[in-house]
Ligand binder design. Sequence first.
Ligand SMILES: [Zn+2]
Length: 335
Amino acid sequence: MTRFYSFSDNSSHNRGMPVIYKIAEGMIDPGPCPRCGIDGREPSGDLKVVLPKQRGKAWPDAMACGGYPLLVVSERFVKAMQECGIRLELGGKITFTGPCPRGLSLDEAPQYFWVDGRRHFAGRMDFEASGYVDVRFCEECGYRSDNVAETHRRREGPPPLPYVFEYDASRGHDLFTTDLSPTAFFATDRVLECARKHRLINLRFTPVEAGDASWSKGIDYLGKRWPPYHPLRRSEGRTLEEWVALLRKPKKRYEAKCAILDLGPEAAPAVPTLISMLEDEDLGLRRTAARLLKGLGKMGVPLGPKGQAAAREFEEWFQQTLGRPATPAEEEHNS
Ligand SMILES: [Zn+2]
């Protein structure tokens, strides 16, 4: 059975990979859509881009692009995919203008190309099952919109929702896009195996069943373990008791906190232990326990009077340190 992965560069988890920070030439701008008002900027043909001067470690096989979500791949990537019989529809060449990242030489840079996701279409999303709320397509330009905040809330869970789509194999794309977006790529295991075989670097694969999995570094496709293992949930691999015990280890605290929040209502049995941690001499642990109580309370876990008071105090403390009401994003980060 074919397995599917979300696919992109991995620069947000790999340090020292140069990131395109500006497209200087090659974007066409027909202006905003008269119907939905969305910015209609699109890449066309060869692009001239600017790299930052920050230190770079290596030329990656997939390079992140700020400003516009392009899939930019190296010549090595293109050759590897060709050799593995994986179709690529290239939109054009990428040339660099301006500075080069420190530690790297432009003379040694491979040729880069951008992949045209509009010509990689091979799937239809089940938006309902994938947790997208109020999905609409503009009748004029085709742009897809949704209720971003609600969609985020539904997709993040707990439990996080998977990407569910119908894959049309007859289109012949192993690297493909769907009606979600022409810039959101998915891949079959043939692409994953090709990346491993050719030792391509800076690629990110996560199982579609794991949803966005923004916490994950992606599958270790260059590692020894094969077939690879990738958790579908952040809390996978340990019991609630084990996660709660790890809260006492400062180096593991963040990971444990995220895992407990991922368990959501399933973490209810940990409430008494979290309350007892409110008396601990370690300030960091006290604060994390209070933060967890607040988060679990918001998910409907009964906290009891002590837990509720701690959650409220945490909220007040957090507002005070901010000096203003929290934005929804900050609120979420701290819930
Ligand atoms: Zn439109």
